[in-house]
Every structure is written in C-alpha cells, then in structure tokens.
Design a protein around this ligand. Structure first.
Ligand code: HAM
Length: 433
C-alpha cells in the first residue's frame, strides 16, 4: 500500500510479521518517483538560500524531547515511541525534527548563523487515519543565530514558495505571535482568569485541566472550547513592545513579498519551545482534522534548554504525505515515473545484451533488459510493461548481419533495422528528437 492512493488506511490491522506495522507504509515505485522529485525540488530551493543538509539519528536520548518539546505536550506525553535499549538507556524514536537538529547544534557548536535542512522520518503513536500516520516524513529547515524578523520572513517565504510550486490553490497560510518570556506569562494569566470564569462551558477534559496549560484550550477543536474562547483575550493585544515590533516587521515582510496570510489568534501549536512567530499551512482540500500540511515557528530558548549558549532559532516542518494528499485532492502533481528509453531484447543467448545495455547506459540512456534467455514474445511483453519507448532487438539475423532492430513501443512508427555501430545516434533520434 502506498501513501497517496485511495487505500483504506483504517482497515483492520493484520499483525502478521510480513506486513508494515500499523500506521506505517511502504513507498514503492512509481509513487516513490514523485517523492524523489519532491525532495530534490526542496533541496534545490533551500540550498539556494544557504541551507545545508543535516542528517541526525532516528534515535535520540529521550531527554532532548522532554526538555525541548515539553512533557505536557501530546507529542511527548502521549505519542512518543520510547524504550530502554540493551544498555538500559531510555531512547526515543524522533517524533519531530527540530529538537534533534538543535541537539546537533549544541553538540558540534558550528558558528552561527547556521542553516540546516532535513528530510526525516518522524514517529508518533497516533490513531492512524488518512493523513495521520505513526511514521511520517518531514522536510524542514532550521536557522540558528539571528533574532532578526527578516529571517522569519525568509523561512516562511521558503515554505510558501515550495508549496506554491505544486500549483495548489486551496492552501492558506496562518501566522501568529506567541510572545516571549517577558509578555507570555502575563498573557497566560489573563487567559487562565478568562477560562476560570467559563470553566463549565469547556469540553470535559479541559474543565479538568485548563489551568495546567491554558494555551491548549485555544487550540482545542471541540465546539464547547471554540465557543467558550470566542471572546478570549488575544495574544497580539498583550505582546510586549519588542514582540509587537517583531511581529509587525514579519507581517510587513510577508506583505512586501506578496505572500497572502491571515492572523490566526488560536495558532499556539503543540510544542513548548515556540516563542514569537508561529505559522501553519492548511489545505482546504483535505479533511479538517489533518489539514495542516506544514508548520513552524521561532524557538529563541530551545538551544539553551538543550544546554547550549543563548541562540535564537526558527524553522518549519512540512509533512510529505500530507502535501501529496493535498496534491491528489486538487488533481495536481501526478505520479509520473520517468520512462525508460529502451528495453534490450536478446534471443541469441544474452551476450549481446550485456554489451549493448552497458554501451547505451554509458551514453546516458535509461535502459533495462530481459534476462533468463526467455522467448521473443515473453521479452516483448516485459518491454511493453516496462514503459520503455523503444525495444532494441538482437536475433540470429541481426547478429549475423551486424545490425539491430528498433521497434518504437509507444507510437505507430514501424520497426526498422540499423547498423549495430550506429545504435547511439539512431536511438537518440528516436527518443530525444
Ligand atoms: P508539526 O506541526 O508537529 O511540527 O509537524 C509538521 C508537519 O508534519 C505537520 O504540519 C504535518 O504536515 C506533518 N505531520 C505531523 N504529524 C503527522 C502524522 N502523524 N502523520 C502525517 N503527517 C504528520 C513539527 O514537527 C515542528 N518540528 C516543525 C518546526 C520546525 N517548528 C520549527 N521548526
């Protein structure tokens, strides 16, 4: 089963060892071809803005997520895969990409500004549904060093440009500011007092624990909490002066770049590390519960939380599966495997195919061939199924005459014979006219 098809993701799970674990998927050809293209496009874009690839382990010590993301968050408290390894160390499968990248910054202390990008599997023990998996892949960037609001604009603009490149029409960008250590505590108190007066109107779980983290209530999707917070005090009205100025500059930068956005006063996101700017891209073409195709924000305290020197940071993570689901829903960015140029069919024992295939591949053609000395009919069937544009055939007659037969497989042009020595220009004329 591949992500992006209409596969029934909530089918009853068969725990047989010959199947992927629940909520995890194989990504196979030809679906994998558009993954490759997507990742290559992202790499081109962000490398063009000075970001270098960072590859970190899938496993980390659990502490970096406890300290960085927060034990009260759903991702750490309810969804993280943790286990004691054979040395008794408690490890976690990475649930997201930011804390590991920041851990690597603290460990290797590169000179800031330091700009990293990544493509990484992330693991969350969720209730799997279409668009919500136990293993998903994130493409992301993290930029460490500058506190400049113009970097926020750069980071948001990179994500915007990448998403816009798919031709998606129904994606919207929401931005918000969550303040910092100066103004956030005051705002949280204001919100707590507001919620205390409306406690009985909140959903049951939040009636019990709204005061542990009042910000979570803003994010709660139940109609009760949504109604109760309708007139809640807004973060943007309670920011300190530096946070207000920072947010104004971010908005002005996005306006200057013609990037459309709305301010979402409920956008508090699920991790404790965020400060100031947060943002999210949502697709109107997919299920509301899983409509976030990417999100990010500033985290000016995270490096210190993980033991490094005070260093601001900002980044985003985009869910590859969700981007592809949004593309399918809007009918853009179809799965297209690059076709083979040629399929070599040799019914004279196979030696000619060894040389011919190597020669054509060296000349830059995409080529496959038949094996096991099968019949002409059987190899021709394989050639057809391979999607190759041309069959290059060697039979007893061709071998004796020093020729090859070329048969175009995707149009009505007839078969013709060419001198063996001319195969490269002859094939080029057929497949790259
Ligand atoms: P996040 O919003 O938790 O942020 O995840 C980023 C994106 O990953 C989501 O918008 C969504 O597209 C995708 N995603 C998350 N969970 C799942 C899932 N269970 N199944 C499928 N897709 C999923 C972060 O992880 C932050 N580290 C982003 C960030 C980077 N903030 C600053 N820098």
């Amino acid at each position: 089963m591949t992500v992006g098809s209409d596969a029934p993701f909530d089918e009853p799970h068969d725990a047989s060892p010959a199947r992927t674990p629940k909520g995890m998927h194989d990504i196979l050809w030809p679906e994998s071809a558009r993954w490759e293209r997507l990742v290559a496009r992202f790499a081109m874009l962000v490398q063009g803005a000075g970001y270098g690839l960072a590859v970190t382990p899938v496993l980390e010590h659990v502490g970096i997520f406890h300290r960085g993301i927060g034990e009260g968050s759903d991702v750490v408290g309810k969804e993280m895969y943790t286990f004691a390894d054979r040395d008794g160390q408690v490890m976690a499968l990475r649930p997201e990409g930011t804390a590991p990248i920041v851990r690597s910054f603290v460990q290797h202390h590169p000179v800031p500004p330091w700009k990293a990008w990544y493509v990484a599997p992330s693991f969350r023990h969720e209730n799997p549904q279409h668009g919500r998996y136990r293993q998903h892949f994130q493409l992301g960037v993290e930029a460490l060093g500058p506190s400049d609001a113009d970097l926020d604009v750069e980071v948001v603009a990179l994500a915007f440009e990448f998403i816009a490149g798919f031709g998606l029409q129904q994606v919207t960008l929401k931005v918000h500011s969550m303040g910092d250590g100066t103004c956030r505590p005051g705002y949280v108190e204001l919100l707590r007092a507001y919620l205390a007066e409306r406690r009985s109107q909140l959903c049951l779980p939040h009636q019990a624990r709204y005061d542990q983290n009042p910000l979570r209530v803003l994010d709660c999707k139940t109609p009760e909490c949504e109604d109760a917070t309708e007139g809640a005090p807004r973060f943007v009205d309670n920011l300190c002066d530096p946070c207000t100025a920072h947010f104004a500059r971010v908005r002005a930068g996005l306006d200057a770049l013609d990037i459309p956005f709305t301010i979402d006063h409920r956008l508090v996101r699920g991790f404790d590390y965020y400060t100031r700017t947060t943002f999210e891209f949502a697709s109107g073409a997919i299920d509301a519960a899983q409509n976030a195709i990417g999100g990010g924000g500033r985290y000016n305290g995270l490096v210190e939380m993980l033991g490094g020197p005070p260093t601001p940071g900002i980044g985003f993570g985009l869910g590859i599966e969700r981007i592809l689901i949004a593309c399918d829903a809007e009918g853009v960015y179809p799965t297209e495997a690059p076709p083979l140029d040629a399929y070599v069919i040799d019914v004279t024992g196979g030696e000619s195919a060894v040389l011919l295939t190597a020669e054509l591949r060296r000349a830059g053609f995409r080529v496959d061939r038949g094996f096991d000395d099968r019949s002409m009919k059987s190899q021709m069937k394989s050639a057809d199924r391979s999607g190759a544009l041309v069959a290059v055939m060697v039979g007893a007659k061709e071998l004796a005459e020093g020729t090859l037969s070329l048969r175009p497989l995707r149009n009505d042009e007839g078969q013709r014979s060419v001198p063996r020595a001319d195969i490269v220009p002859e094939l080029r004329a057929l497949v790259r006219p």
